[in-house]
Design a protein around this ligand. Structure first.
Ligand SMILES: Cc1cc2nc3c(=O)[nH]c(=O)nc-3n(C[C@H](O)[C@H](O)[C@H](O)COP(=O)(O)OP(=O)(O)OC[C@H]3O[C@@H](n4cnc5c(N)ncnc54)[C@H](O)[C@@H]3O)c2cc1C
Length: 502
């Protein structure tokens, strides 16, 4: 494996909201002179060597995806960060590579090296007539980075990114790498395991814990994903009254009495609601997307004059609100929203065309908080109330809906989950607003969790409130997979602050 040691001493995240002091940033890459499998296995050995060096030098190590997360979850102060994006080989899967007990057709499986960006996988799959099953609103994350924080869209009958991952190849020590899959859902044949020169561990608890482990379970080298036949999404966004009818859908996902949606009572694949707290009477912006069979006869989705496409969400324009005085916030939010939002009717595109890459404009903050579905409109009322009582919120309230995940620490933890997002300008006022929101949720006894890749405020007590026994299960799995020396290396300040570095 090639490794470029950049000698960089600092690293800034994608949103430019923090800079971390580091010892070095390494960029590992596959050996091009070798064939794909040999090069993959050579990279496994290279990653093991990096872990051995880190242990020998007592220097912490952490894999970086695309650097899209807001907290310092991919960084390690005075340690080595590993930019994984060049590790982007993919392997299609033959019948010989899957276990006879595997319930998934081999043509639907894809084995991807961890640094593949979501858009790279989508491009590869498109050429095979296949698609990812879901994604976030944009597609620039790496597959391992997106999975590791439980990145989600609003596919409320499917789930989030970890829910299409069915096998993991993890370099978990200087002398250890393992293939992890669920015992209840076998995937790999012995031939596949032999090809990767690895060891099979079939264990639901270990697998579920490793799925959302934010860089703390070693280096995820490869990810087996389940894909599906290419499909189209028919997307519309319209403004409809924020009334009891809409609130009923938000609290239940029951579309049987829906009025005002583009296809009446048909159950969409994706449903999301954007509320502008400064103009509630004007109605909510509701996006519905219906799944349609793939055909080539459609016009690709188009961006509006502000360059915002149908799948783009608030982060693509909300940074424009940075640096303004609170007194003009409502006016500016209305102005930016009117100029940016992409009201559209029945635009058609593949998942990758609708949820394509995002251009960020300005510095912004984003918090995403998961709550049980039935609490959605109650929480919306709380947000509206908090906004009236204090400096106005320089952003929007958005609501997405996702099926609960099996990942032990997946923050999409409620069987039917609403994720409400508070995307706003970067400022102290935004942080204050966030604090008031979570203090109020606690005061009202509303269960909630934070997106691991967005702004939150975690401590051991709050983690216990949010996840209970699952924290112990996750810690036990980490202890089972990583020896003490390796655990010490894959540590960082956030894990320590959360009491999860044990
Ligand atoms: C414009 C924008 C839009 C977004 N939209 C959404 C959205 O729609 N839905 C949503 O849920 N989130 C969204 N996010 C948040 C984003 O999806 C998550 O923060 C995601 O984790 C970022 O992926 P990444 O590849 O950048 O990973 P990073 O932020 O680089 O890393 C995330 C975690 O993964 C770990 N990691 C990465 N690679 C490996 C590896 N190979 N082995 C072990 N650990 C690894 C890192 O250590 C870190 O802990 C958005 C962010 C931005 C900037």
């Amino acid at each position: 494996m090639k490794v470029v040691k950049t000698a960089n001493k600092s690293w800034e995240n994608r949103h430019e909201v923090f800079v971390e002091d580091i010892n070095d940033m390494y960029i590992p890459g596959n050996e091009s002179a070798l064939d794909a499998l040999d090069s993959y296995n050579d990279a496994t050995k290279g990653l093991q060597q990096l872990i051995a060096d880190a242990i020998a030098n007592n220097t912490p190590l952490r894999a970086l995806g695309a650097g899209w997360s807001w907290p310092k979850i991919a960084t390690v102060k005075n340690g080595v960060m590993l930019d994984t994006k060049q590790l982007n080989t993919v392997f299609t899967i033959s019948a010989q590579s899957v276990s006879p007990a595997c319930a998934i057709e081999p043509r639907k499986l894809l084995f991807a090296q961890s640094g593949n960006c979501i858009w790279e996988l989508e491009r590869f799959l498109f050429n095979k007539g296949m698609s990812l099953r879901t994604s976030g609103a944009s597609n620039g994350q790496t597959i391992a980075g997106a999975m590791s924080t439980c990145t989600h869209g609003s596919a409320f009958d499917f789930g989030s990114v970890p829910d299409f991952v069915v096998g993991l190849h993890i370099v978990s020590g200087a002398n250890k790498h393992v293939w992890l899959e669920r015992a209840s859902a076998p995937i790999a044949s012995q031939q596949f395991i032999d090809n990767l020169q690895t060891e099979l561990i079939s264990d639901d608890d270990l697998f579920n814990a490793a799925l959302v482990s934010f860089g703390s379970f070693g280096i995820i080298h490869g990810v087996m994903i389940e894909t599906e036949d290419l499909f189209l999404l028919e997307s519309s966004m319209e403004r409809i009254p924020y009334d009891d009818g809409l609130k009923h859908i938000m609290d239940t996902l029951d579309f049987s009495q829906a009025t005002g949606l583009p296809n009446g009572t048909e159950r969409p694949f994706h449903f999301s609601v954007l509320v502008n707290p400064h103009d509630i009477d004007g109605g909510a912006y509701v996006t519905t997307m219906y799944k349609r069979p793939y055909t080539t006869s459609y016009s690709k989705p188009v961006s509006n004059t502000a360059g915002i496409g149908p799948g783009d969400d608030a982060p693509s324009f909300i940074g424009l609100l940075s640096g303004m005085a609170p007194i003009i916030t409502p006016l500016m939010v209305n102005k930016v929203l009117a100029a940016s939002l992409n009201i559209h009717s029945k635009q058609i595109g593949t998942l990758a065309e609708i949820f394509s890459n995002t251009t960020l404009r300005g510095k912004l903050l984003s918090a995403a908080i998961a709550i049980p579905l039935a609490e959605t409109s109650r929480v919306a009322d709380i947000l509206i109330e908090i906004n009236k009582d204090g400096n106005p919120f320089a952003g929007l309230f958005s609501f997405r809906f996702v099926k609960g995940t099996k990942a032990t620490l997946g923050f999409i933890k409620f069987p039917q989950t609403c994720v409400f997002e508070l995307d706003a300008a970067f400022s102290n006022d935004t942080h204050l607003f966030y604090e008031r929101v979570w203090t109020r949720l606690e005061a009202e006894n509303i269960p909630f969790t934070f997106h691991w890749g967005k702004v939150g405020e975690l401590n051991p007590e709050r983690l216990d409130y949010m996840y209970g026994d699952s924290i112990d299960k996750w810690l036990q799995a980490r202890q089972q997979l990583l020896d003490a020396d390796t655990r010490k290396i894959f540590n960082n300040a956030l894990l320590q602050q959360w009491g999860m570095d044990a």
